[in-house]
Design a protein around this ligand. Structure first.
Ligand code: MEV
Length: 443
């Protein structure tokens, strides 16, 4: 077992690296070589990355791809995606091209309000809190006036404060539920700072109120919620059914099976999880490329998918009067200012590539990317199956793992042009080409 280390975060980067490679790897030199190979030669840029988090030892590269030809509300976008899964960008580009000639994607932001809570316990009689809530509300607004001034000037701020009696869910549990408009920022720091100020104000209010007992109050947490059911965007596509013929499947058959596929995701959480995972392939790639918080978006989308009490599809589909309509409606809390947006040079370029959208426009682009990904997945699933496209994109990974030369890669890619390149078959063909024995299964 390793010895624990004290005060690691206070060491210099060089000392941290020294400790890391000598205490955690069999070959310290080899580990050092790999970790430092990814350091940026521009020291100022590297320092910026070092400072994003604590104990930065290296940079973790992800492919940064683009999917062109996304027609959204009549405007053409090239969408940046940071993602490691081989088929995602190709799928996005394919869907974008498909829908570009069928009217493109339409989006609508249905709300932009975010929510945060002061979670507290009150063990006494809370009726005075309820009766005098309007004076508490005024005090809360006054206490946060300085913090909200800039946001108010930009058109945002606190939009409502409610006292929620949640004692039916948990004994003595109450909340201050506060909603915010945070304009073009995701607003996490803004919301949390306000909630922390509000918690102090609540304590003072209880302390100074003759019918309330400060000893009966315990503020447990003050934190935004990443579930943002009032910060919602809808994106959709629509076309006559007859324009849907695909991969040898008739248009009517395609529309019928596509609709069924969504019905199955709505009826079966096992399938819904994979269905929504495919949607998140499209969403996360853009979220990361634009410097947003993919964990927050993931959490919100999965809560949204479960809002009925069982986990369902994030997308919907209808076929009516010969028209196929396909849509997504999801909570997306995004920012185009603050966070990494001005700090990470690639994030700056991603936003510029998208025409420096506001947060609402970006919500639309991200939702479209999720919808496009789901369209590509379902289109493949109800026709040829996904392995054909997926393994084709994955073929290069397999060949790189086999240390194939560039010539061998070209030759093998050509051989598998019209075949599904299953792993074993690629290995077999590679060995045959090289004239070496095929390794036994498991080797
Ligand atoms: C793979 O990353 C995503 C899919 O499995 C999604 C789906 O099945 O809908 C293809």
């Amino acid at each position: 077992m390793k010895d624990p280390i004290k005060g690691f975060s206070k060491l210099s980067k060089a000392a941290k690296l020294e400790w890391l490679v000598t205490n955690n790897f069999e070959d310290a030199e080899a580990a050092r070589t790999v970790l430092t190979a990814y350091w940026h030669e521009d020291e100022a840029l590297q320092k910026r990355h070092d400072e994003f988090i604590e104990n930065t030892m290296s940079n973790f590269y992800m492919p940064y791809g683009v999917a062109p030809n996304f027609k959204i509300n009549g405007k053409l976008y090239t969408v940046p995606m940071a993602i490691e899964e081989s088929s995602v960008v190709a799928a996005a580009a394919k869907s974008a091209a498909f829908w570009m000639t069928r009217g493109g994607f339409k989006t609508e932001v249905l709300g932009t309000e975010k929510i945060g809570h002061v979670h507290f316990m009150y063990t006494g009689d809370a009726s005075a809190l309820k009766e005098d809530f309007s004076s508490l509300e005024q005090e809360l607004l006054q206490a946060t006036a300085e913090l909200t001034a800039n946001m108010v000037a930009r058109g945002g701020g606190i939009t409502s404060i409610k006292l929620i009696d949640a004692t039916d869910r948990l004994e003595d549990y109450y909340q201050l539920e506060v909603t915010f408009e945070t304009c073009d920022s995701m607003g996490a720091n803004f919301i949390n700072s306000n909630l922390e100020e509000m918690a102090k104000c609540l304590e003072n209010f209880t302390d100074n109120h003759e019918r309330l007992d400060a000893n009966s109050l315990e503020v447990v947490m003050r934190i935004l919620s990443n579930y943002t059911p009032r910060c919602i965007v809808r994106a959709g596509v629509s076309c006559p059914v007859e324009e849907l013929a695909s991969e040898g499947v008739s248009a009517t058959e395609f529309a019928r099976k596509f609709k069924r596929a969504i019905a199955i995701a709505n009826a079966e959480p096992y399938r819904a999880t994979t269905h929504n995972k495919g949607i998140m392939n499209g969403i996360d790639g853009v979220i990361i490329a634009t410097g947003n918080d993919f964990r927050a978006v993931e959490a919100a989308c999965h809560t949204h998918a479960s809002r009925s009490g069982s986990y369902k599809s994030l997308t919907g589909c209808s076929v009516e009067n010969g028209v196929f309509t396909f849509w997504i409606e999801i909570p997306l809390s995004l920012g185009v200012v603050g966070g990494l947006t001005k700090l990470h040079p690639l994030v700056v370029k991603s936003l510029e590539m998208l025409g420096n959208p506001g947060a609402e426009e970006l919500m639309g682009i991200v939702a479209v990317s999720g919808l496009a990904q789901n369209f590509a997945a379902l289109r493949a699933l109800v026709t040829t199956g996904i392995q054909k496209g997926h393994m084709k994109m994955h073929l290069m990974n397999i060949l790189t793992q086999l240390e194939a030369s560039s010539e061998e890669k070209i030759h093998i890619a050509n051989y598998f042009k019209d075949k599904v390149p299953h792993h074993r078959e690629v290995v077999n063909y590679f060995c045959e080409l090289r004239g070496v024995p095929v390794p036994k299964v498991g080797q």
